[in-house]
Design a protein around this ligand. Structure first.
Ligand code: SF4
Length: 358
């Protein structure tokens, strides 16, 4: 495991660094049912998730919200998160808001033009919608194409100072002003369901994105609004052990990767296996250090099967080639089903976008 991954997976340290609350059994017991990502500890910390659940029990609706920066085709790591958001919507029967931040990708120089970001925004929206969102309760919106977001961002911008933004995000004088303004736009995204409909927002988000939540909570407090809640996720390691990244295609499986490419990537993935079959049979492997296992656990196996698989690995009863084959077949099947659903949605994508009357 490389140093970066090691550092980024020291979750106890991250809980302290970000000042978030560990997700306890007591909170999880308030859920009407547990999604697999709760069972395998993918979500590990939160801000006010307990209050959201308590409010929901009293009949208070909340909005589930998570954004997407559209600079590329989505990969399986993104799909995992949005699949969970669709489950939350179905389980709690709540509205889902999905901001597509073309502005973010442009000011952080991840795309060459807003037009390029808009192209990916529509493609990503179809992929997300295909995960089973309810078209009557799901609202996609693209930052630069939604006048209400600009209006709200301008209003919220007077609630923070430049020094505050610098301190929270570490920007310097050489960063462009778009990045500074985007921090307020992100707060407008997060607080949009609250200002518009009075729902508290619940944001499932990777732990390194917490500064945006913190800023939004500060702004909400100043404006006497319910503070947004957050559920923090771990990072699913990329196939090579590094974080998944569009600039390193070998780290991730993109939703448009053909089976041949998927196979090549999985066959090169990091495992916790021994150098030889003989040693693997004698000493067993280490599933905790194995990306192939983490992916099997996240995408293919249910939690009980994953526990059993872990034991078989440790006892040397399974070889890495077998795991890779299982992962490959599972992912090809998942993506085939996904593409069929996406195709069916192609002519009704517009139904999912925010309209002035929504
Ligand atoms: Fe990972 Fe499977 Fe190899 Fe064990 S046998 S280290 S789970 S790939």
């Amino acid at each position: 495991m490389n140093g970066d991954l090691q550092k980024s997976t020291d979750y106890d340290r991250l809980i302290k660094v970000f000042g978030v609350t560990p997700l306890s059994e007591e909170v999880l017991n308030k859920l009407p049912e547990r999604h697999k990502l709760f069972e395998i500890g993918y979500f590990f910390a939160h801000r006010d998730f307990d209050k959201v659940l308590e409010g929901w029990e009293r009949g208070e609706e909340f909005a589930i919200l998570t954004g997407r920066g559209p600079s590329n085709v989505m990969h399986l790591g993104h799909m995992l998160l949005f699949d969970f958001v669709a489950w939350m919507q179905k389980t709690f029967k709540v509205p889902a808001y999905i901001p597509l931040s073309d502005d973010e990708k442009y000011v952080f120089l991840k795309v060459d033009s807003l037009r390029e970001a808009a192209f990916y925004a529509y493609d990503n929206a179809l992929d997300i919608a295909a995960l089973g969102f309810d078209e009557k309760k799901t609202y996609f919106f693209i930052s630069t194409k939604t006048p209400e977001i600009y209006e709200m961002s301008v209003e919220l911008s007077t609630e923070v100072t430049l020094n505050e933004v610098k301190a929270v995000f570490g920007f310097t004088d050489s960063d462009n002003p778009g990045k500074y303004f985007y921090s307020v736009v992100q707060s407008a995204h997060i607080l949009f369901p609250t200002v518009r409909k009075g729902y508290r927002s619940l944001v499932p988000i990777a732990i390194d994105q917490d500064p945006y939540i913190r800023l939004s909570r500060d702004i909400a407090e100043r404006k006497k609004l319910p503070k947004p809640a957050a559920l923090h996720s771990k990072y699913l390691p990329g196939l090579t052990g590094e974080p998944m990244s569009a600039s390193k295609p070998e780290t991730a499986i993109f939703l448009d990767d053909p089976p041949k490419v998927i196979k090549e990537k999985i066959w090169k993935a990091l495992t916790g296996g021994q150098p030889t079959v003989k040693e693997q049979r004698e000493k067993g492997g280490d599933p905790e250090r194995c990306v192939v296992f983490k992916w099997l656990e996240a995408f293919v196996l249910d939690p009980k099967e994953a526990e059993e698989w872990k034991g078989r690995c440790r006892r040397g009863e399974v070889l890495c080639g077998e795991c890779k084959k299982k992962l490959y077949e599972g992912i090809v099947r998942i993506l085939k089903e996904h593409h069929e659903r996406k195709l069916k949605l192609a002519d009704k994508a517009d139904k999912f976008f925010l309209h002035p009357v929504d």
